[in-house]
Design a protein. Structure first.
Length: 407
């Protein structure tokens, strides 16, 4: 498997498919979206060339000390994260996971921002931040327990300062804001970062988070991965202004960064986190990127978006972009890429084996910790469930006995 390829993950659609928008409608919308793409902070072009201009100067200094070894490390992070994500997608398709939310195409936004955090910072993710989890030292196999249905999370949030995945859209921004307010009251110089998508930016929880963080000058960075599709709803149907401009109405800065440029994401997030630690309050970072695959494995993006749009973004692939830069700068050789390919395949095998070895959960655990002092209704439901489970053993024994007697 070629680790940096997105072609293997292209959704398939019949040329004559009439599901959803027509081909003409989607092509027209794609053209309009391309022409509407805004200026953003970019340090690496899609061709892998460094960008130097006055607009980027404020942020470029935050990656001035990045070494070739650091660049190789960022590349490795993105490649292994994509390999893990591809394996998880395959496992779901084979019935080993109930659902999976892919990050394909968003590796630079996650790795760049994740590597900008310090150990004492606290991270509040949604359910797609597999790359950020990697940066925080969470074993990737621990991310899969919830999607397999064997646990409610899979890791201790306080071990890595990385909160459990949040399924309720946008609610983690409130948790992050409250935590950041507590950090400020404690006098700590750490910061908090909350991840959410463009769809979640329309949620009331996010608006409340902006209000409280601004009023209390909370040390929190709101990192919005604008992958341009809230399931089947394009961003232009959610807002009349670029998402980062929403911060102005709440009284704190917002900045839009090229979400497929890992260097730019690293620089802008470092800048925003520094502001938070210095007591300058919240920042909204909009990482302008693209969801290359489906919203989740239950989704079919060919019903609502054009192939031309996806193909245009494949040319901006974050991994290929950094590889081009590494090669053009003579920062690596073929041996590095070969070793990384082998490492990624080993990771895929480890993930697959770990998922299949996960033990079934305690079926009665659902009744625990519902009420602090217990509850009669829960006790009744537990007893009913116990009787239901026991009926299977009785039926099995009866069937076995009947079969034995028949012989």
């Amino acid at each position: 498997m070629t680790v940096e390829s997105t072609a293997a993950h292209k959704p398939r659609r019949s040329a004559g498919s009439k599901a959803g928008a027509t081909g003409t409608e989607r092509t027209t919308r794609t053209t309009a979206r391309k022409s509407a793409e805004p200026e953003l902070v970019q340090l690496l072009t899609p061709e892998g060339k460094r960008v130097k201009n006055a607009r980027n100067a404020e942020y470029a200094k935050y990656v001035a000390g990045v070494t070739p070894e650091d660049l190789r490390g960022l590349y490795r992070d993105m490649v292994l994260t994509r390999r893990f994500d591809a394996e998880a997608t395959a496992l779901q398709r084979q019935g080993e996971l109930g659902l999976w939310a892919s990050l394909l195409g968003q590796e630079a936004a996650q790795i760049g921002s994740g590597r900008a955090t310090r150990e004492d910072d606290y991270v509040f993710p949604t359910y797609r931040e597999h790359g950020v989890a990697w940066c925080r030292g969470v074993d990737p196999t621990n991310l899969l327990g919830m999607f397999r249905g064997v646990n409610n999370g899979g890791w201790d949030p306080n071990s890595n300062n990385f909160h459990l995945y949040t399924i309720v859209i946008g609610s983690q921004t409130l948790h992050a804001t409250g935590y950041a307010m507590g950090v400020a009251k404690d006098g700590a110089d750490s910061a908090v970062i909350a991840y959410f998508g463009d769809g979640a930016s329309s949620q009331g929880d996010v608006a409340e988070s902006f209000t409280f963080s601004a009023v209390y000058n909370a040390p929190v960075v709101f990192f919005c991965q604008n992958n341009q599709w809230a399931i089947s709803e394009p961003t232009e149907k959610q807002t009349r202004v670029p998402l980062y401009q929403r911060a102005q109405g709440y009284g704190f800065p917002g900045v839009r960064v090229d979400g497929n440029d890992v260097l730019a994401c690293l620089a802008v997030t470092r800048w925003a986190l520094e502001r938070a630690r210095n007591g300058e309050g919240p920042t909204l970072v909009e990482a302008y990127t693209y969801r290359m695959g489906a919203h989740t494995t239950s989704d079919d993006p060919t019903k609502y978006r054009a192939d031309e749009e996806r193909e245009a973004w494949e040319a901006k692939d974050p991994i290929l972009r950094l590889r081009r830069h590494l090669e053009a700068s003579n920062h690596t050789d073929e041996g590095f890429f070969a070793e990384l390919e082998a490492e990624s395949e080993a990771l895929g095998r480890r993930v697959r084996e770990a998922v299949r070895a996960m033990p079934d959960p305690d079926r009665f655990a659902i009744f625990e910790n519902v009420y602090a002092d217990g509850h009669a209704l829960v006790d009744e439901e537990r007893a009913q469930f116990a009787a239901y489970q026991a009926s299977f053993a009785t039926e099995s024994e009866s069937g076995f006995a009947a079969g034995t007697g028949g012989n």
